[in-house]
Design a protein around this ligand. Structure first.
Ligand SMILES: Cc1cc2nc3c(=O)[nH]c(=O)nc-3n(C[C@H](O)[C@H](O)[C@H](O)COP(=O)(O)O)c2cc1C
Length: 163
């Protein structure tokens, strides 16, 4: 299999990071991958807010499992703009994670369980939604894999022609 296939199937949520800030090149490459994500009717009803430094602690208050935000070098909040849909937001999140891994940056998807509070924290207008984010940082040596791990067997999730 190709390196890119390996990249896809071996992508894992990483929750611990080195404290080092992301380089401008790496962050820029990750944001470019987000921007080039395909969307329904190419609507691109999204925007991306990069949160760093002290503001990470404040952002982390708005979800229940947000330690990866606290540990991150930067967290990108995916903003679903008015008219946008979560399928597109999910695709952008996956592109962020894959691009991050390509440039050597680990990542973890994050739910902001109180998106309205997150939205106010970010100074975003009422009509947008800020429910998901991706925490990013350089991996520590021997960063442990996800506390969940594994996948359901193919025969339980893949069907042909009928349910
Ligand atoms: C929509 C979504 C929301 C998630 N929210 C969180 C979260 O709030 N906190 C967290 O630590 N992980 C979160 N995760 C990461 C999942 O727990 C992780 O993707 C899953 O356990 C599989 O991990 P693995 O790919 O490392 O095996 C989220 C993942 C997705 C897709």
């Amino acid at each position: 299999m190709t390196d890119s296939y390996d990249l896809i199937v071996k992508l894992r949520a990483i929750r611990e990071f080195k404290p080092d800030p992301l380089s401008n090149d790496d962050l820029g490459a990750i944001l470019e991958a987000a921007r080039w994500t395909g969307s329904s009717k190419n609507s691109q009803d999204w925007s991306f807010i990069v949160v760093t430094g002290d503001r990470l602690q404040g952002l982390a208050e708005h979800g229940d499992y947000t330690d990866p935000i606290r540990a991150s070098a930067a967290t990108i909040v995916l903003v679903k703009e008015e008219g946008g849909n979560l399928f597109d937001i999910g695709r952008a999140a996956q592109n962020i994670m894959l691009a991050a891994k390509t440039v050597g940056v680990a990542s973890c998807p994050i739910t902001l369980h109180r998106p309205a509070d997150a939205r106010r924290f970010l100074g975003a207008p009422d009509e947008v939604e800020t429910r998901y984010a991706v925490a990013l940082g350089y991996p520590t040596a021997g960063t442990p894999p996800s506390r969940f791990g594994g996948r359901k067997p193919a025969e339980t999730v893949v069907r042909y022609e009928h349910y």
